[in-house]
Design a protein around this ligand. Structure first.
Ligand SMILES: [Zn+2]
Length: 328
């Protein structure tokens, strides 16, 4: 996050966002922040809130004079910039998390996690932390070395927060959760960090997250190098079929057994109870043998989309059809 503060001119709007809440602009800050211009319109500006965010360079802009903006900006930049750990032996930049608190010290954060099916054991296993300034949220570190981490995310838990996830500026994102696999032979690839933590409730499995709907090439290589892993499951949010197939096709290249687990429409793993996630895993997991399987999934999905209007119905009937295919 880079707080630009009051911006001058964003030029002409390219249109409105799909939600209708924001105007979309070419971000003028990308070139200075990441060295590449924004060519597709990644800066979303909310007129009502008078705040904008660039999803490419992570700049935050305001169209208002906020009295303590410089103070806030300084705080943010110090938190989100990588620092050299005093005791690190190589040149890797790490992030200092000494500003965080234990989850148990901030009741709202603790309650938020419990409501999302993340219990004490998971909080402990995944070293989850909390913060109440400058925002109220859960801090989710990847690999911790003392008070430092290689990467982390902050989940803002205020209901009306404009940006839900805060990522520190970094050139590449690791796969979340590799340090927590332990002796599990099966890994479950999910979209978000909470989903990965929630997926770890399935016995014998460890959840990993790609920090979004797409598996990147360097993330694939990290997964490939996990020699102790035999089985890879893709468990993206219910209904995200395209990214699921894309990830499964990539994962076939690891030479491991690849499976896809289809969740109920629009549900992610932390919206399912302990029992619910196990039932989904046991009954809606399919072995993914080749890209042909993805093509078949698409065909069934498109056929059903043209036939029915309700998305929930589409997804249910897709799962039903697949069950039939499997039993032939
Ligand atoms: Zn930008």
């Amino acid at each position: 996050m880079r707080v630009i503060g009051k911006f001058k001119d964003l030029g002409k709007s390219l249109g409105t966002s799909s939600s209708g809440l924001e105007e979309v602009y070419l971000c003028p800050y990308c070139i200075t922040v990441i060295g590449k211009p924004d060519t597709s319109g990644k800066l979303y500006y909310n007129k009502k809130k008078r705040v904008g965010h660039c999803f490419k360079c992570d700049s935050l802009v305001f169209n208002t004079e906020i009295p303590d903006i410089s103070e806030l900006a300084e705080e943010w930049l110090s938190i989100l910039s990588p620092t050299q750990a005093e005791d690190s032996t190589d040149s890797t930049s790490l992030f200092d998390l000494s500003w965080t608190k234990p989850v148990s010290e901030i009741p709202q954060v603790y309650e938020y996690l419990i409501n999302r099916n993340i219990n004490d054991q998971l909080i402990d296993r995944y070293n989850l932390l909390a913060t109440d300034f400058p925002i109220l949220g859960v801090v989710i570190p990847n690999v911790m070395t003392g008070k430092y981490t290689d990467y982390y995310q902050i989940r803002d838990i205020k209901q009306d927060s404009y940006i839900k996830y805060r990522n520190p500026v970094s050139t590449s994102k690791p796969v979340y959760g590799i340090g927590f696999i332990g002796d599990n032979k099966s890994i479950i690839i999910t979209e978000g960090v909470f989903s990965a933590i929630s997926a770890s409730r399935i016995p014998g499995c460890a959840g990993l997250a790609t920090y979004g709907k797409s598996l990147k090439l360097d993330q694939l290589n990290q997964i490939k190098s996990l020699n102790s892993v035999d089985n890879i499951y893709v468990m993206y949010d219910g209904g995200t079929l395209g990214p699921t197939i894309k990830a499964a096709n990539m994962l076939l290249k690891t030479g491991r057994d690849v499976y896809v687990t289809l969740l109920p429409w629009s549900k992610d793993p932390n919206e399912l109870s302990d029992e619910g996630i196990r039932i989904c895993f046991d009954t809606n997991t399919y072995k993914y043998q080749s890209p042909d399987y993805g093509n078949l999934l698409w065909k069934i999905y498109n056929y059903n989309s043209s036939k029915y209007t309700s998305k929930l119905y589409q997804w249910r009937s897709l799962i039903k059809t697949l069950n039939m295919e499997n039993s032939i």
